[in-house]
Design a protein around this ligand. Structure first.
Ligand SMILES: [Ca+2]
Ligand SMILES: [Ca+2]
Ligand SMILES: [Ca+2]
Ligand SMILES: [Ca+2]
Length: 318
């Protein structure tokens, strides 16, 4: 326990001192706000914990410390809390949790059987995620990609979630348009020929249709706060990627631009500061770090510099 604490303190110091160095430059690292992200193994593991970078990038605050998986944070529309995945109750059965950023108070949203993935907030502050609907009797015969995940949504005060998709494929990484009319999400309709594309559907689950179809896997789409743009990640395969980049599209899925241009693996884009800035992670310098850039891909600045992996950022305004 003592060793773990000593390690943690040195890790915080390492990151904090590197960050201070960066923040002392003439340029502000970020629009006013805080970045919440994961430090640990890039693949989900019990070493992954959530941290917040506060005071314009000068101070690192640890949000979870329980030697279990805490990962995939997304900031709420009011920026007062995050939703994330935790394996607090069972190593193999991940669940959706929220955490109040001021009081660091974790709360389980749904203790749902199976793995719950990629949680997000709707425009109204409800919580949506991807839930495992693979029947128990068939689970052992299916590869990961063949399992059936469905998108579900739940108001914080409700006991039951509402199911949005009804099919036999994997749906994940939903994102709500700010007016609450459309959802974008990723679906693995034909994993043998294409590992996944971005679809859109009405928020009641109807009118599903392709939105962005490129070779490889497109996921982690996020509508911009002003509703005009979509950022997403596109990689060449599922796992063991050779290539992954952050792309920008307009609100109807056109004018697709590669913003990160192939240097390292780049992904998990997130909007910051009123649709003008994008956060993302990249391993271009040998391990994962958080970066930020303008919406057109210019002014890329590295935000974290430690030799650990920092990844999956989400931005919360103050
Ligand atoms: Ca679960
Ligand atoms: Ca499904
Ligand atoms: Ca694709
Ligand atoms: Ca790093």
């Amino acid at each position: 326990m003592k060793n773990k604490r000593a390690l943690l303190i040195s890790v915080l110091f390492l990151i904090g001192s590197n960050l201070c160095q960066a923040a002392n430059s003439s340029e502000d690292l970020l629009p006013e706000g805080q970045i919440v992200f994961t430090i640990g193994d890039y693949l989900p593991s019990h070493r992954n914990d959530l941290y917040a970078l506060v005071d314009s990038g000068k101070r690192l605050k640890q949000l979870t410390d329980n030697h279990i998986l805490d990962d995939f944070a997304q900031c709420s529309p009011t920026s007062s809390e995050i939703v994330y995945i935790s394996a607090a109750e069972d190593k193999w059965d991940w669940d959706v949790w929220t955490l109040n950023l001021r009081h660091i108070r974790p709360k389980v949203v749904q203790n749902n059987k199976g793995r719950d993935l990629t949680p997000t907030w709707t425009h109204q502050g409800n919580i949506a995620w991807s839930a495992d609907f693979t029947p128990d009797w068939i689970k052992w015969f299916k590869t990961t990609e063949e399992k059936n995940y469905e998108l579900v949504v739940k108001a914080p005060q409700d006991t039951l979630f509402q199911r949005l998709t009804f099919n036999h494929t994997w749906e994940e990484t939903p994102t709500w348009h700010r007016q609450g009319e459309w959802i974008l999400y990723t679906s693995t309709t034909s994993p043998s020929s294409d590992p996944g594309n971005i679809y859109r559907m009405k928020t009641d689950g109807t009118q599903a249709q392709p939105f962005i179809e490129l070779p490889g896997l497109q996921k982690n789409a996020k509508w911009s706060p002003d509703g005009q743009w979509v950022i997403f990640e596109s990689s060449d395969s599922v796992g063991f990627e050779q290539q992954s980049d952050v792309y920008l599209a307009d609100s109807i899925g056109g004018s697709i631009t590669n913003l990160t241009q192939g240097i390292g693996l780049n992904g998990y884009p997130s909007w910051a500061g009123n649709s003008q800035w994008i956060l993302f992670h990249s391993n271009r310098n040998g391990n994962y770090d958080i970066f930020r850039m303008r919406r057109d891909g210019s002014e890329i600045v590295q935000v974290t510099h430690s030799s650990l992996n920092e990844f999956r950022p989400t931005w919360c305004r103050y």
